[in-house]
Design a protein around this ligand. Sequence first.
Ligand code: C5P
Length: 400
Amino acid sequence: MSLLKNKKVIVGVSGGIAAYKSTFLVRLLIKAGAEVKVILTPGAEEFVTPLTLSTLSKNPVYSTFADEEKTWFNHVDIGLWADFMIIAPVTANTLAKLVSGHADNFLLTSYLSAKCPVYLAPAMDLDMYQHPSTQANLNLLQQRGNQIIPAESGELASGLAGQGRMAEPENIIRFIENDLSSKLPLRNKKILITAGPTYEAIDPVRFIGNHSSGKMGYQLAQRALNLGANVVLVSGPTSQKLDHNHLDLIQVTSATQMLDACQKHFSEADVFIASAAVSDYRPKNIATQKIKKSDTEIQIELVKNPDILFEMGLQKTNQVLIGFALETNNEIENAKKKLQKKNLDFIVLNSLQDQGAGFQKDTNRIQIIDQQNNIDSYPLKSKKEVAEDIFDVLLKKMKL
Ligand code: C5P
């Protein structure tokens, strides 16, 4: 999934021949799932039509301060709406106006109102690009926090060859994606997560299991991925799905398999989150043949399963450990004891008091308790939002 998905993007286009390439840029942004609003300078309209860009962006295109009915467009609202702005191409003229703070067209006023990151993809003839004025303007704009996507070298509209061509739309997209990813707070961090139930075999066709859907663990994994982490998700049997370049999904069945997988990855992990509902016991012996029905009662002898979280707590060096607790009585006290016993940094206490919380549900109500016994209580929320809350606490309280 592209980091551009659901991003709100202003594409500003100024008046140079490279404006035709902005149509491809808009297409690529839309394809990546971004929401795009295009602003043209009066000069850009000579090179590319508002109709082309409104069709591609699926939004009205702005080029004047008001529409034909003299209704004023609010450049402040548009500037504040955007997650980021990209001016491609930015001509020598528009560059100079950005530097001086001119505000004589809608793109310039929107630029001045925008608080979001701004990317600039210059395009001009090679001599204009090399001119000390242009280079000084680019440097100044960079110092002020704008990101410059350097012009590329090649044949130019003038017939000359050199540096000045606007970066290809694919390269602009790559530049922005790399920049967005470099700012993600869990970039280069490894997060190990357990999710779902475990099944403990009785015979070839029967098992001891539980109703865990895995939803919470998969939402946690998704959130960690969105924050830029590399995720190892050790999952018991579930119908949940997740696919991502930075995801290593290890499917297991039993608690011992889950422990083995965690052991392999724990030493390199920065964070371990145990959200799996691990079966506390397993049959001592697994029958090799299906157990036949008989008239007498049968006994299945159970032995204790390893407590995966406790084991990781013993091996903890600098990992952050987060566990879950589901308690029926003395919730807070029992959760605090578990926090200490398992050597955790946080424990997430699931509510049993709420209709909407718990196994199989899409919602959860949690309290997060830390080592200092601070308790953060949250209302009933979707498991997606709960995952966001858990990572917010992690990022706020831990130096990762
Ligand atoms: O002790 P209790 O089962 O209540 O602890 C729950 C927490 O411990 C959860 O985070 C769960 O994923 C983890 N756990 C585990 N291995 C077990 C049992 C629980 O990792 N065998």
